[in-house]
Design a protein around this ligand. Structure first.
Ligand SMILES: Nc1nc2c(ncn2[C@@H]2O[C@H](COP(=O)(O)OP(=O)(O)OP(=O)(O)O)[C@@H](O)[C@H]2O)c(=O)[nH]1
Ligand SMILES: [Mg+2]
Length: 291
């Protein structure tokens, strides 16, 4: 998300999101203004807000002086553990470390002071900066950890990995499936594949389409060929020793194929793959909406 020009959160803002294409999340962003905090900490609302929490993240502006910070943190912990005792670790992000005036060490001392040892061992503090991307990186780490504990997400992941391995069998190529909304890898035939964090990948197939599709339609029109509405869904790159294919699989996911060699045989094999049954199965699986 673009951070500049963000408006203060009013009350509780909710958003649904499928992380890495496999784990459905309902994100509750609790506004930090006093008026809103009073409301969601109130006797009437707190159970609703602090129940069924899967992951709790407390974000602090380390560059601001907030007299009620400690008190707020106390209430947050109290209601969280009261209504979501299964939540596990609480993650505290000390934000804005990019600023000179950031006092993350003081804030850490303030927040940890007087906590019981039990609580201390259940809270993980991390200095971060949204501006520099380390906050987003930390959030991804936290959610990846949650995937590891989520049976349904792990099952989905296993199934998708198996399907990618099937695709790979005949093509001497590696397959990478990306989730467009967050730009993160869903699965790959190389296992956990590290790409630069937060270098959010966007395959702009759409914009390429619009030009080429227009010209293509025109040519078809000129030659009087009636062709079914064509989906331009694959982009092919060529390097000295490889072909790289990029193809949209479903709403929100993109498959990238990198060949190990650059031969016509392999090119054809990948093209067959991308137009074959295994690909259709993957597409069907990813288009399911029974999340
Ligand atoms: N320098 C710097 N500015 C940041 C960083 N993170 C957020 N900001 C800025 O801080 C301001 C407040 O950001 P928000 O994300 O709206 O803060 P918030 O904590 O959600 O505030 P509420 O919605 O009122 O709870 C915005 O102007 C952001 O651009 C950071 O890491 N570094
Ligand atoms: Mg906000």
């Amino acid at each position: 998300m673009k951070v500049l020009n963000l408006k203060p959160t009013k009350g509780v803002s909710r958003e649904n999101f499928i992380f890495r294409g496999i784990m459905e999340l309902s994100i509750w962003d609790l506004g930090g203004q006093e008026l809103y905090m009073e409301r969601y900490f109130s006797e009437k609302k707190r159970e609703l807000v602090f129940s069924e929490v899967l992951a709790a993240i407390f974000m602090v502006d380390s560059a601001a002086k907030e007299p009620k910070l400690k008190e707020t943190f106390g209430k947050f912990l109290k209601y969280l553990f009261e209504f979501s005792p299964e939540v596990g670790k609480v993650y505290v992000l000390l934000n804005k470390t990019d600023l000179q005036e950031s006092k993350e060490d003081d804030i850490y001392e303030l927040l940890i002071k007087d906590l019981t040892d039990d609580l201390k061992s259940n809270i993980s503090f991390t200095p971060v900066s949204v501006k520099e991307g380390s906050a987003q990186h930390r959030m991804i780490e936290i959610l990846d950890y949650k995937i590891q504990q989520n049976t349904i997400a792990l099952q989905r992941l296993g199934k998708i990995r198996y399907m990618l391995d099937q695709l790979k069998l005949t093509t001497l190529s590696d397959y990478f499936l990306f989730n467009q909304p967050d730009g993160l890898l869903i699965a790959s035939t190389l296992g956990k594949f590290e790409h630069r964090p937060l270098q959010f990948l966007r395959f702009e197939i759409g914009s390429l389409d619009s030009n080429i599709y227009q010209i293509f339609s025109k040519i078809m029109e000129l030659s009087n060929t009636s062709i079914s509405p064509l989906e331009l869904s694959t982009v092919i790159y060529e390097s000295e020793h490889n072909y790289i294919f990029v193809k949209e699989v479903s709403n929100g996911s993109v498959l990238m194929v990198v060949t190990k060699e650059k031969t016509l045989g392999i090119f054809n094999a990948v093209m067959n793959d991308l137009n074959g049954e295994d690909f259709q199965n993957l597409k069907k699986y990813l288009s399911r909406d029974d999340f």
